[in-house]
Design a protein around this ligand. Structure first.
Ligand SMILES: [Zn+2]
Length: 176
């Protein structure tokens, strides 16, 4: 009888140990699944962005494009290729190709730069407060590559009352 007990006790201990270990193993694998899916989510959100070094941008863009898009410059008024241009199509970011504006929303503001009363969609652009040159303005950036496009003002036509004043050099037109 005693001999059986000596055999049973270690066996019971082993079984108990096995069941105690089980939940921790499950918790571990669950932890791995969770961290993996977080990694994937981060990876995806990064895929939608275009991130390049200033050296790379310098190689890809013309000096004037680089000055405006990457150094927040402004082309001279009334000189841009799309200032008095009203063909039907879509205006893309000259740096990354992100579709930004439509000819349907373009109007002749007379301000010397292409003007739109809205962007193609809210998530196409980033709006950022700009306090340079002693003024408070709202800068418009491409949401995909964060290149400078121009500024948005509150003196536009209906239905939005907004005027997206954009540098031609920041845009690439595609007929549609
Ligand atoms: Zn862009």
């Amino acid at each position: 009888m005693k001999a059986i007990l000596f055999l049973l006790i270690p066996l019971l201990l082993l079984v108990t140990a096995y069941f105690i270990m089980q939940p921790s193993v499950n918790a571990n694998s669950l932890y791995h699944i969770m961290t993996d899916s977080t990694k994937n989510l981060q990876g995806k959100s990064m895929e939608n962005k275009v991130v390049k070094s200033e050296e790379e941008w310098k190689k890809e863009l013309t000096p004037e494009e680089y000055r405006v898009l990457r150094e927040k410059g402004t082309e001279r008024a009334f000189t841009g290729k799309y200032d008095h241009f009203f063909e039907k199509g879509v205006y893309k970011c000259a740096a990354c190709g992100n579709e930004l504006f439509s000819s349907d929303h373009k109007y002749d503001s007379g301000c010397g730069w292409p003007a739109y009363w809205t962007a193609l969609a809210k998530d196409k652009v980033i709006l950022k407060e700009d306090r340079s040159f002693g003024m408070v303005r709202t800068e418009v950036l491409c949401a995909k590559c964060e290149s400078h496009l121009g500024h948005v003002f509150d003196d536009g036509p209906e239905p939005t009352g907004q005027r997206y004043c954009i540098n031609s050099v920041s845009l690439e037109f595609e007929k549609k």
